[in-house]
Design a protein around this ligand. Structure first.
Ligand code: FMN
Length: 170
């Protein structure tokens, strides 16, 4: 599968088979995060991978009771140990972690796995469940596993709504 196909096939999967993700596939997905770009190449991201059934059930509850998470083979917490703000005024932590998570999502797609970004969660609950220190920002969770549903194509804005050339044209 090439990148273009992975981009088109990725979707937010909200129904997973109760099935373990093989260690080799999981390692390939995590390697995609390791290879992602980061500001100043700091790589100040950390990922906690939960595969334990009990832990996943607790995380599902901490994620606003999104119960489909329980069945995912893994729930990955994308964290940042960096609080720096770049010259552009944006924090680098969330940006770097987001890039790495999307690398994982695309790699997972190539491997026949599915993912779902999870931003609806209570960070303090996740912190307690996973033992994440107070000074570490929990940016996003990502579900990873074998899909139990077909791809759902979500609507996207037409290109002219989101792109302008040379100057702001909206
Ligand atoms: C930062 C972020 C947070 C999200 N949080 C959730 C979430 O908590 N629960 C959920 O079911 N989907 C979540 N999503 C998935 C979006 O709803 C989804 O990406 C969007 O509807 C487009 O659909 P698609 O991913 O299938 O193309 C999140 C996506 C992003 C990028």
């Amino acid at each position: 599968m090439d990148v273009s196909e992975a981009i088109r096939k990725r979707y937010s999967c909200r129904a997973y088979q109760d099935r373990v993700v093989e260690q080799e596939k999981l390692a390939t997905v995590l390697e995609a995060a390791r290879l992602a770009p980061s500001a100043k190449n700091l790589q100040d991201w950390r990922f906690v991978v939960a595969t334990d059934r009990n832990t996943k059930a607790k995380l599902a509850e901490a994620a606003n009771n999104q119960s489909f998470l329980k069945n995912a083979g893994a729930i990955i917490a994308g964290c940042s140990v960096n609080k720096e703000v770049m010259r552009c005024g944006q924090a680098l932590g969330p940006i770097d972690v987001a890039i790495a998570l999307e690398h994982m999502a695309l790699q997972a797609t190539e491997l026949g796995l599915a993912t779902c970004w999870i931003g609806s969660f209570y960070p303090e609950k996740v912190r307690a469940i996973l033992g994440i220190p107070e000074d570490v920002a929990i940016i996003e969770l990502m579900a990873l596993g074998y899909p139990a549903e077909a791809q759902k194509q979500q609507k996207r804005e037409p290109i002219e709504h989101i792109i302008s050339y040379e100057v702001w044209g909206f």
